[in-house]
Design a binder for this molecule. Sequence first.
Ligand code: HSE
Length: 304
Amino acid sequence: MILLFGFGGVGRTYAELLYERTGLRLCAVFDSGGGVAKKDGFASDEVKQLLKIPRGAAAKSGVGRAATLDEALDICQVVVDVSPPNYETAEPALSLYRRALSRGLAVVTANKAPLALAFRELAHRRLYYKATVMAGTPLVDLLMGLPPQKALRVRGILNGSTNYVMTRVYKDGVPFEKAVEEAKELGILEPDPRLDLEGLDPAAKLVIIANTLGAPFALRDVVRRPLAPLGPVTRYLATLDLEAGRASVEPVRLAPDDPIHVDYTMNAVEIVTEVNNILVKGKGAGRRETALVLLNDTLKALRG
Ligand code: HSE
């Protein structure tokens, strides 16, 4: 049974898909206002009721009973974290992971901040984080399949919302501010849009990629410049040079035929290894895309 930590767009889509596609149940749902739990798991009708409540009101929903996180951890096997990232302290998610992992529970997450700030501490076989990078596209699985093959460089478009904005500006002629508004309406910008527009989101993804490849980069190691429309075809490029120990996120003008030139919410990553040059393209943002990857990780976590 699943403890869902965060009940916004991705969390609600995850809850719907969990009941539609698996025989699994939620045993607890937490949002910014607290949480509710039920020992035998919520029935499908109860989840439908929860889906109707306003954000932040789970504890007052009257579904199940109001519970503390510790009570919920006692009755669940997997914690699924879809709470917003906090790049200052990674809280409250980081403390929750520590408590869950020390009790032998698995953690599945779409929240980049705990990994970006404490990857080494959390690198643990019971932590599943495929949804943190490229949303619907299983790049993390691919990276885990490389060792002992050495990766030398990674170059990528890792932020779906800014890629959408740049595509609207340079392909469709939409003003920058209007394109940002559209990305907000689509729900692909972070709740704090500066995380996308100033590059903290793609920098966190780059740190997760580097650490997955065994290179202990920290968020402060990534040189960041804010997104700026520099002319066609501007893209917000994340670059990792594992040999030189350098990482950056900055707007650059790509050649139109650059293999990582993708449009709208697509992401693209090129991984240069000692023997190969691998190109991965796929959607990098979206509620359903992220929720489906979280489900895949949940099923993996339950298989152990
Ligand atoms: N704000 C993120 C992006 C969402 O635009 O890529 C997915 O991580």
